[in-house]
Design a protein around this ligand. Structure first.
Ligand SMILES: *Cc1c(COP(=O)(O)O)cnc(C)c1O
Length: 411
């Protein structure tokens, strides 16, 4: 037991990213294993939040659209995100939510494949992705089919009647990570356009959008990118598609000349067409500042630490002799995002008991205890502490207490 603590100390001492933890605010005594749902607060974001409200809005009033470059924020942030996602400039813009951006991309992609009528996705996809496709199909008069493919047989299921494959790179329950390059290549061989959802990829490991020849992508910024609750999402349209691309939410910010106030819509050239209405300046400014924490972080080092943290978590389960209580349901290391998932019939109550003990993980229905590993602000000592507290909960069956069984509104 002591030797696992000693191992944690040694790993922390040798960790090239150890210094990043001090760039975040984390409440005293809390170990945060839910950065895959809502990232922690970077100090830079807190400073900017105050500045954007007090100085930029309060003092600058409307002049800040120019003085503080509010009008360019969607592109400035898009360009910062491009560096994390392997995308050259001019292909990413920050706006709206994943859900809304998927509606734009799916609509545009279907227009680019008029002779095909199938939207394919995986049955295991995050619900909003599927719901948006259902809503769009309804809107288009029901002429299209939504085909739910099985994640395990994805490659065989790619047939040449599919217009667009909408696929999430990392499964939100199990953490299974798709090979972006291989799946895109196979889809392209069948003439299928691919939309990647990078919700659990962005800020978790290196992504190579351009090198993979991805067509389109979306992602959110409040998970591993630490942009804050409800922070704006991003949308990627590969340069080669931009001339043909037309999305239906034709708002004034995506007009070729928004301030000409013309009575007719004329789309902007390039990625800006994806903007619909006025950007949420406060949230986007906070995100802009939050992304500063990534500036000196090699993404390969981020990936290495994420994998090492997960390996150490498994070692801690063994060292505390509780591995037998939980059923792992996550893939091999090389096919894994930055999370682990375990099944247990009392997963919800265990999660609540863990939270009561200062360790925040999360629960996904029906029976999954999900543990996110955000490498920028987790230490190996945190992992050892978290598992040690979990061991007490399991060994003493503390999760049986009725207070831990009551379901809260947000799980
Ligand atoms: C978190 C997540 C979303 C959330 O979509 P919003 O529109 O930002 O609420 C969508 N898709 C996936 C795969 C996610 O993990």
């Amino acid at each position: 037991m002591n030797s696992i603590k000693a191992q944690a100390r040694e790993l922390d001492q040798a960790d090239p990213l150890a210094h990043k933890k001090s760039e975040f605010y984390l409440p005293e005594g809390v170990i945060y294993l839910d950065g895959n749902s809502l990232g922690a607060l970077p100090h830079s974001a807190r400073v900017r939040a105050k500045d954007v409200v007090d100085a930029q809005w309060g003092d600058g009033l409307i002049t800040s659209w120019n003085q503080h470059g509010w009008i360019d924020l969607p592109h400035r942030v898009g360009s910062k995100l491009g560096k994390l996602l392997g995308a050259a400039d001019g292909q990413l813009v920050c706006c709206d939510s994943i859900s809304v951006n998927l509606f734009k991309l799916l609509s545009a992609a279907l227009k680019m494949r008029p002779e095909r009528h199938v939207i394919a996705t995986t049955a295991e996809n995050f619900p909003t992705d599927i719901y948006i496709a259902e809503g769009l199909i309804e809107q288009l008069g029901g002429k299209h089919e939504l085909r739910l493919l099985e994640e395990q047989n994805l490659c065989e299921a790619l047939t040449d009647d599919i217009a667009v494959l909408m696929i999430t790179q990392v499964n939100f329950r199990t953490g299974l990570k798709q090979d972006m390059e291989a799946v895109t290549r196979l889809a392209h061989e069948k003439g299928i356009l691919v939309i990647w959802d990078l919700a659990h990829s962005a800020g978790a490991f290196p992504v190579r959008l351009d090198a993979s020849e991805a067509d389109f992508a979306v992602g959110c910024t409040y998970k591993y990118l630490n942009g804050g609750p409800g922070a704006p999402a991003f949308v990627y349209v590969a340069s080669r598609h931009q001339a043909e691309y037309i999305q239906p939410l034709s708002g004034w910010m995506g007009h070729a000349e928004p301030f000409a106030f013309s009575p007719h819509y004329r789309p902007a050239q390039g990625i800006r067409q994806n903007l619909s209405g006025t950007p949420g300046v406060i949230g986007m400014s906070i995100l802009d500042a939050a992304l500063e924490v990534f500036e000196d972080v090699p993404l390969t080092a981020l990936r290495e630490k994420s994998l090492a943290l997960m390996r150490f978590f498994e070692n801690c389960l063994e060292a505390h002799d509780i591995a037998g209580y939980l059923t792992p349901c996550y893939p091999e290391e090389q096919h894994r995002g930055s999370q682990l998932a375990f099944r247990h019939p009392d997963a919800y109550a265990i999660c609540q008991a863990w939270i009561a003990d200062g360790v925040i993980g999360d629960f996904r229905a029906p029976d999954i205890l999900r543990i996110g590993f955000a490498p920028l602000y987790l230490s190996y000592a945190d992992i050892e502490q978290a598992v040690s507290r979990l061991a007490a909960i399991l060994n003493e069956q503390r999760y049986q207490d009725p207070v831990f069984q009551q379901k809260l509104h947000v799980t």
